[in-house]
Design a protein around this ligand. Structure first.
Ligand code: NAP
Length: 342
C-alpha cells in the first residue's frame, strides 16, 4: 500500500536516509511521490534516485501537509522540534531517533514482535527502537513466549556507522594515519569518537549516567522492557568496535520455566526475520552487512544451569533492520491496516 503514498525522507543525506532510499528503489517506489529533506546545509543539493535528480529541501520551510508520511532520520533535536509540526499537519511520522521512544503515547515498534500496536493506534508518531534493541527483542520474543525470560545479560559490539557519518569518518581517517601500535604517535590528535577507534574497542557509547551505565546501555534496557515486559531485568554493556556496518551481541538469558535446547532452536528458526545458524558463526562483515536479517548462532546452554540458562550470539545490520528496514516495515503495516479499516 505504500506505493500509493507521498513520502518525505528527513535526513536523506545521512546513512540511514541513504539505506532507506536503496530499499525504496528496490521496491520500485515512484520518484514522483518522494520528497527529500535535510538541513539548510544540504538544501539545494541533488540526489539521484531511479535515474532522476531530486532536490533536497530545507526542513525549516518544508510543508508536511503535502506528504502522507515522513521518515525522520535526523537525530533527536530534529525529531523533537519537527515531528509534532509534521503530525499536526496530518502527516504520519516514523522516527528513528531516541526522542519519542519512551513516550507512553508513542508506539515503539518492531513489527515481528509487537506489530499489533500498529492496528487502530491513535498516535501519528511511531518510534523505531535503538539499533541494538531491535535484534535483541527479535531473539528474545520467541523464547519469552515459550518460557518467560526473566533476566538478560548482553554485551554489544557496535559498528562505527552506528555513531552517524562522524563514526565512519573517524575509522576511515584513523586507519589511514595509524601505522603501528605505538599510541604515543597519535597523542596530538583529537579522536572524533573521543577515543581512537581504529584497531581499538571503546567500552563507552554516549554519556555516563550517575549509575555508571551509559545512556546507550539504558536505552537497550528501557526499550526492551517497554517492548517485551517491564518485569525483565536487562543488564547491558555497550561497546564500539572497529567494524563498518553491523552490530553484534553476546546474549545470556535466564528463563522462569525450563526450556529445552531443541524447543528454543525450533522457536528461533521459526521466527520471521531471524536466520538461525547451526554450525556457521555469523559475523557482521561476512553475514550482516547490507541485508535486513538478524543472524543468530552459537546457541548453547550452560552446564551448571542447563534447564533455565541460554547463551547465543547475534549480528544484524544497524542501518537495515536496525533502522531503515524496520521503519519501512512499520509504514507498510500501518498503511495495510488503515486500508483494511477503510
Ligand atoms: N546509524 C545507525 O546505525 C542508526 C541506527 C538506528 C537509528 N539511527 C538514528 O537515525 C538518525 C540518523 O542517523 P544517521 O546515522 O543516518 O546519521 P548521519 O549519517 O549523521 O545523518 C544525519 C542526517 O540528519 C540530517 N540533519 C542533521 N541535522 C539536521 C537539521 N537540523 N535539520 C534537518 N536535517 C538534519 C543530516 O542532513 P545534512 O546533510 O543537512 O547535515 C543528515 O541527513 C539518528 O537519529 C540516529 O540516532 C541511526
Amino acid at each position: 500500500m505504500l506505493i500509493s503514498k507521498n513520502i518525505a525522507i528527513v535526513g536523506v543525506t545521512g546513512q540511514v536516509g541513504q539505506v532507506l532510499l536503496k530499499i525504496l528503489a528496490a521496491k520500485n517506489f515512484p520518484a514522483s511521490q518522494l520528497r527529500f529533506v535535510a538541513s539548510e546545509r544540504s538544501a539545494g543539493k541533488q540526489i539521484h534516485y531511479q535515474n532522476q535528480a531530486l532536490t533536497v529541501e530545507d526542513i525549516a520551510s518544508f510543508d508536511f501537509s503535502k506528504v502522507d508520511l515522513a521518515f525522520f532520520a535526523a537525530g533527536s533535536e530534529v525529531a523533537k522540534h519537527y515531528a509534532p509540526i509534521a503530525a499536526n499537519a496530518g502527516c504520519i511520522v516514523i522516527d528513528k531517533s531516541s526522542y519519542f521512544r519512551m513516550d507512553p503515547a508513542v508506539p515503539l515498534v518492531v513489527p515481528e514482535v509487537n506489530g499489533y500496536l500498529l492496528k487502530n493506534s491513535p498516535s501519528k508518531i511511531f518510534a523505531v527502537p535503538n539499533c541494538s534493541t531491535i535484534p535483541l527483542v527479535m531473539a528474545l520474543k520467541p523464547l519469552h513466549d515459550l518460557a518467560i525470560v526473566e533476566r538478560v545479560e548482553v554485551a554489544t559490539y557496535q559498528a562505527v556507522s552506528g555513531a552517524g557519518i562522524k563514526g565512519v569518518q573517524a575509522l576511515e581517517d584513523e586507519i589511514k594515519s595509524f601505522k603501528n601500535s605505538d599510541i604515543t604517535e597519535y597523542d596530538n590528535k583529537v579522536p572524533k569518537l573521543g577515543f581512537p577507534i581504529a584497531f581499538n574497542i571503546i567500552p563507552k557509547i554516549d554519556d555516563f549516567l550517575p549509575s555508571g551505565y551509559t545512556k546507550e546501555e539504558m536505552k537497550m534496557t528501557d526499550e526492551t522492557k517497554k517492548i517485551l515486559s517491564p518485569e525483565i531485568l536487562v543488564n547491558a554493556t555497550a561497546v564500539r568496535v572497529s567494524v563498518w556496518q553491523g552490530h553484534s551481541e553476546a546474549v545470556h538469558l535466564r528463563t522462569v520455566k525450563p526450556l529445552e535446547l531443541a524447543a528454543a532452536t525450533q522457536a528461533l528458526k521459526d521466527f520471521p526475520g531471524i536466520q538461525f545458524c547451526e554450525a556457521e558463526i555469523p559475523m557482521p562483515f561476512t553475514h550482516a552487512a547490507n541485508n535486513p536479517i538478524v543472524w543468530l548462532g552459537r546457541l548453547r546452554r550452560h552446564p551448571q544451569d542447563s534447564a533455565h540458562y541460554l547463551s547465543f550470539w547475534l549480528t544484524c545490520d544497524n542501518l537495515y533492520k536496525g533502522a531503515a528496514y524496520n521503519a519501512l516495515q512499520i509504514a507498510e503495516k500501518l498503511f495495510d491496516s488503515l486500508a483494511k479499516n477503510a
